[in-house]
Design a protein around this ligand. Structure first.
Ligand SMILES: [Zn+2]
Ligand SMILES: [Zn+2]
Length: 303
């Protein structure tokens, strides 16, 4: 009886009506491929829409809205918010507020998706789908800079529309095949690709810097899964930089796109990690001309 009660509690917590769209998209992707059969052109379409959107998860949600690592116009800011919303990861205010909290409490009590404090399941998916009003709520004081823009507040309420528009466009242009692979399969992969930064990136990889959390640099996630987000220990070490790959060999596709946007004049004041930060030296050590034994720098102050 105990195990039955536990299963019931688990189902009520993670499979409540509010989570049905999340699970429904998983079911459509899996059953759709099982029924329609595997397709190489479908997989190519899924990966193309994965890459085209993952780059905006990184550039827009993370490096711009959560960390403001570069500047842009009000119009392009809105364009980035809409592009981010095509990934169906809720509004930019919600995303930025939760992420800023992650940096404030990384792997400590208060971090909602720490795999060190909680289970892998919870850090990867559980916290997103859990029935918990706290999770739905936007911690307004954390995102005052963003909520100052009325258009972002309106988009926050309509944040599901860009993803819906993408799905309907694919359906209209390419039929079931296009929407199955280009939206459903691609979106499921994209969600899990994004979630790896919260889960795997705090468990597996190298810790170049002794940050106050368990963040890791994971080359596989950085290069093949997240458009550069996998250099997560670098990022926890210095959050103010638009680049997360600090060395030339740390491939950081999202940063390359930011630099291309800068050439086009769409973004400016792109902040990059200063050389002494990359070397792991404190300002005092730089001033004293002393090389620091690594790891030396504590994380920048928590927001
Ligand atoms: Zn961050
Ligand atoms: Zn982290």
């Amino acid at each position: 009886m105990d195990s039955v009660r536990r299963v019931g509690a688990f189902a009520r917590r993670y499979f409540h009506p509010g989570s049905w769209p999340f699970w429904g998209i998983h079911v459509i992707a899996i059953v759709g491929v099982a029924v329609s059969g595997f397709s190489w052109s479908g997989l190519a379409l899924a990966l193309a829409f994965y890459a085209a959107r993952m780059v905006w998860v990184s550039i827009a949600y993370h490096r711009y809205f959560a960390h403001r690592t570069f500047k842009t116009s009000r119009a392009f800011q809105l364009v980035m918010a809409v592009l981010a919303n095509t990934t169906a990861q809720k509004g930019v205010l919600w995303w930025a507020a939760h992420h800023r909290r992650h940096h404030k409490f990384s792997d400590q009590e208060g971090d909602v998706h720490s795999p060190v404090l909680r289970s892998f399941w919870f850090s990867h998916i559980g916290w997103v789908v859990e029935k918990n009003p706290e999770r739905e709520r936007i911690d307004a004081p954390r995102v005052k800079d963003l909520s100052a823009y009325p258009e972002l507040r309106v988009l926050e309420r309509l944040c599901h529309l860009p993803a819906l528009a993408l799905a309907l466009t694919l359906l209209a242009v390419g039929g079931w095949h296009a929407v199955l692979w280009g939206f459903f399969v691609s979106t499921v992969l994209l969600w899990h690709g994004t979630f790896t930064v919260n889960s795997l990136n705090h468990l597996f990889g190298r810790r170049r810097y002794a940050t106050e959390d368990d963040s890791r640099n994971n080359w596989f996630l950085g290069i093949f899964v997240t458009c550069g987000e996998g250099w997560h220990n670098n990022h926890h070490h210095y959050q103010a930089a638009a680049n997360q790959g600090f060395r030339w060999y740390e491939v950081d596709v999202a940063f390359y796109v930011i630099m291309a946007l800068r050439v086009l004049g769409l973004v400016w004041d792109v902040r990059v990690a200063p050389p002494h930060v990359v070397r792991g030296e404190t300002r005092a050590q730089v001033a004293a001309g002393a090389a620091a034994p690594r790891p030396a720098v504590q994380s920048p102050e928590r927001r």
